[in-house]
Design a protein around this ligand. Sequence first.
Ligand SMILES: Cc1cc2nc3c(=O)[nH]c(=O)nc-3n(C[C@H](O)[C@H](O)[C@H](O)COP(=O)(O)OP(=O)(O)OC[C@H]3O[C@@H](n4cnc5c(N)ncnc54)[C@H](O)[C@@H]3O)c2cc1C
Length: 341
Amino acid sequence: MDTDVLIIGSGPAGVSAAYHLRGFHGRVVILERLSTGMFRRYHSVCGEAVSDRMFERAGIEPMAVVARVDRIRISYPGDASIEIPVSGSIVDRPALLEELRSMSCAEVVRGTALSVCRVGDRFDVDTTAGHIVCRFLIGADGAHSVVRRDIFGTKLEMLPVVNSLAPGEGDSVLDFEVGTHQGFYSWRFPSREGLVSVGSPKGGEVPKDVVATGARHLPFGGVPETVSGNAMIIGDAAGLANALCYGGIGIGMVSGRKAAEALMARDLGIYSKWCRTSRLLDPHFMEAHRQYSRWTDDDIRGAMRPFRSGYSIPKGFLAILRHPRYANVYFATWLAFRIGW
Ligand SMILES: Cc1cc2nc3c(=O)[nH]c(=O)nc-3n(C[C@H](O)[C@H](O)[C@H](O)COP(=O)(O)OP(=O)(O)OC[C@H]3O[C@@H](n4cnc5c(N)ncnc54)[C@H](O)[C@@H]3O)c2cc1C
């Protein structure tokens, strides 16, 4: 098969790229390894929370919404807690992906990319469905990206994460409990009717009465380059998820949009520049993640003492004055939960 654009992977990043390539004059093919049932299962292992702001940045109307959220509550050891007003949705992620894909003009080929090699100014992709040759290649193939491995040669930091669906009534709050797993946290989100979504990095507690559970690797920390010749990597393939709140659906969709716009303008440097300069990909998030992951519950208790009776912006400034060495953690955490999901 010969195509102008090949997108490997039809997760949030890949379908967003396909959706934004609707005006492209040429053939666009999406290669996806999973059949419908497996695809649904894979993409349901997720908290499925996306902010309105991210949908807006991605140029996509919120769809397949199953619940609305208006607050994030972060609880710390020592009874401190922070509440941040937000505006977002819990989505039926497989349904969202299906809808976006159907609105794109891309052809879908079922098959797994096994290896990719550059041949002159084209790419030859060896897949279980045969060879595909393309002029532009978009690697949207997630954490264990073949495009990142074969074209960019970079590795990413990975966090194994578990997500389960359990019976329960969620309200409109995204609940995070920090310190349950040495500097990391567990979460509890509303989900489909009568269910809540609970998760944590592997090793955290899994509720006993779960109706479904799954584990996946979450990569973050970014890569030095996201463009190489006519190839781009987007979403988890490029480690774009937020290292503090683990939001990766929104940024995946935004990166898909940016990659598509660069391709339409025939200047992939636009995408590379966006990756280097976007506030959504600020290196301070990763720095704060590293600080957090070295902390014990006692460290967290000390750092969050100023917020024992709740959070306000003046209290945030006072906390920075009292503990200047925690300034990056305070600021990056606040920013991550506001704009990072
Ligand atoms: C437990 C958990 C909970 C999470 N909760 C949230 C949340 O609440 N909100 C949020 O914003 N983010 C959340 N995330 C992060 C989010 O799921 C990811 O960052 C996001 O899915 C990245 O999208 P993507 O399209 O880059 O990759 P993926 O969603 O991984 O999609 C990659 C696609 O490529 C296909 N593929 C992979 N390899 C190949 C190959 N070789 N050939 C062909 N196809 C291939 C896969 O089958 C898949 O369909 C969570 C992650 C985990 C693990």
